[in-house]
Design a protein around this ligand. Structure first.
Ligand code: HEC
Length: 324
């Protein structure tokens, strides 16, 4: 409906738009062809990029903030090297070479290159940030640690001996094999010498945490080593959550005795519940089925524990979990 309305609005100045971009007046949008391009791409992109992580197609503003005026994606000085063009051609250098995933874009790349060459400068088209602007970012390391513990029904006591109320300011022993991650700002400046498990602080650094002593700043990039740490941490912590007596964070509608042969509906329900808990959105039925068929079922023959750890860890790696 909204798209239709926009098309109608645009119809009044089509000549203008395809004529001289950036010099519009009257009823034409000031952003030249940006909205035309957005609507041309939307059928191939909007299904995945309207809500959640990377909502480039939620609005013209999101499109401009997230893609058009980020030189990484749209490079006016060298249109061919724009990330967007490379994605559409399937030659992007990052972890996602092709958008839309799977098949090359069916539209005209030449039209896009012409649009990029003529792109009006940002200052001319936008008054500045607005509340609806594109503001997705990755969770910081400390947010990851705190929110994952919380979502999984875990606390520091599951990782270290907390019988001394002042444990954070004493030397303490992290229990082995649990992949504890020690956010150094829990005891700023002194933490390094207190945690017996040095790897716990190293993991925190790998996730991009700030380290006060070394003057290291927070890093919210998500390189391979951060991802690797997160994968290991999610598997270990999901396992702890499943094993913790009385903890219903992961297993709410099922127990480890329930198997797909007789309890498929409950397993579905539990996946939906866990997904809601971890990602904060009611999952689409297709997403639940995908987790069930592609993660849960292949792991169940090993053990139901392995299957639930797998589902739980997959949700931690979900783009929606990683950003907010
Ligand atoms: C089937 C779902 C799907 C479709 C359709 C889709 N994308 Fe994506 N896109 C993703 C996923 C998943 C990611 C990577 C996960 C993330 O970071 O959000 C992504 C990432 C991106 C990124 C960031 C890539 C990076 O390396 O950071 C851009 C830019 C992007 N998509 C643009 C588009 C455009 C433009 C289209 C349409 C031509 C499109 N996508 C179609 C699912 C999709």
């Amino acid at each position: 409906m909204r798209v239709l309305l926009l098309l109608l609005l645009l119809a009044g100045c089509v000549g203008k738009i395809s004529g001289t971009p950036g010099t519009s007046d009257g009823g034409c949008p000031p952003e030249g062809k940006n909205d035309e391009i957005r609507l041309a791409l939307a059928p191939a992109c909007a299904s995945c990029h309207t809500t959640g992580n990377k909502p480039y197609f939620a609005s013209l503003e999101a499109f401009e903030n997230g893609l058009v005026y980020d030189p990484k994606w749209v490079n006016k000085d060298d249109p061919e090297r724009s990330g967007l063009i490379q994605l559409l051609r399937g030659t992007a250098p990052g972890s996602y070479p092709q958008m839309p995933p799977g098949a090359p874009w069916a539209g005209s790349i030449d039209d896009l290159l012409a649009w990029i060459r003529d792109l009006p400068a940002r200052g001319a088209v936008n008054e500045g940030p607005s509340p609806a602007a594109f503001t997705v970012r990755r969770l910081r390391a400390d947010e990851m640690v705190v929110s994952l513990m919380d979502q999984l029904g875990l606390g520091p006591e599951d990782f270290v001996d907390t019988s001394n109320p002042d444990w954070r300011n004493q030397e303490f022993t992290a229990r082995g094999g649990r992949l504890f991650v020690w956010p150094t700002d829990w005891a700023p400046g002194i933490s390094q010498q207190y945690v017996s498990d040095k790897r716990a602080t190293e993991r925190y650094e790998t996730l991009g945490g700030a380290v006060v002593l070394q003057g290291r700043r927070k890093d919210v990039g998500l390189g391979p080593s951060a991802v690797q740490t997160l994968v290991q941490m999610s598997q270990a912590w999901c396992g702890l959550a499943v094993d913790k007596p009385g903890n219903t964070a992961v297993l709410r509608h099922v127990t480890l005795a329930d198997k797909s042969a007789t309890k498929a509906a409950q397993i579905h329900q539990n996946i939906a519940q866990l997904s809601l808990r971890m990602l904060g959105d009611v999952p689409a039925e297709a997403e639940v089925t995908e987790l069930y068929e592609q993660v849960y079922l292949p792991l169940e023959p090993a053990s139901t524990r392995a299957a639930w750890v797998g589902v739980c860890a997959a949700l931690v790696r979900h783009p929606k979990w990683l950003s907010y």
